[in-house]
Design a binder for this molecule. Sequence first.
Ligand code: PGA
Length: 248
Amino acid sequence: MRQPLVAGNWKMNGSSQSIRELLDGIVSGLESKAEVLVCPPAIYIQQAREMLSGTAVKWGLQNVSDKASGAFTGETSPLMAKDLDCKYVIIGHSERRSIFGETDKDVAAKFCALVDQGIVPILCVGETLEEREAGTTMKVVEKQIETVLQEAGSNRLGNFVIAYEPVWAIGTGLTATPEQAQEVHAAIRELLSRTDESVAQKTRILYGGSMKAANAAELMANPDVDGGLIGGASLVAEDFKAICHAAG
Ligand code: PGA
């Protein structure tokens, strides 16, 4: 059985004060069978680590460099993420792809760099509205995943997570229906099984895109939806905990 994962992507939000309050709120009274993860802005990772050590909540980054160290001004390396005990790192979020120009190859390099440090990548994939309307959703998602699978090679596929996030659903209040989500999730699992059946069965596939307390349970009730990647609703402790609770 795949243990659900509920991950909060806080994006570029918060202050040391608001993050203290949010973390306190999430930890207190959290009830979930899911693994629970928060991804604050990188500058607050040490604060999260201090507050979350010894609790059930894990912490991770929203992005990472594929380089280990050196003259890369402004970047954060996988070694630094490991040093601060990040178990997971989000890569390839649609905002990284569309605003910062990250390509499938860039994302694949980050995937490899993380796995090589023993950190679990959460690989984000998803189509734009235009791509969905043109009927190319699976073509787009397949290319995003295939590039990573090829670069990674079979020995780097032991532990990773995929987050299916339709771009049209991120931060818009529009959510994929449970049927739309299940259809793509099942197709992603089928794609993984073409590489390795055991990888397909054990890899968690999260849904992201306007998931909230009101729709989390029906989305996660689908057999191939193994949790959620939550943006806006992860910034409100009670809302985030309600989603964690809905995961089981
Ligand atoms: P949202 O963001 O929940 O605010 O739509 C999801 C994400 O960007 O990961």
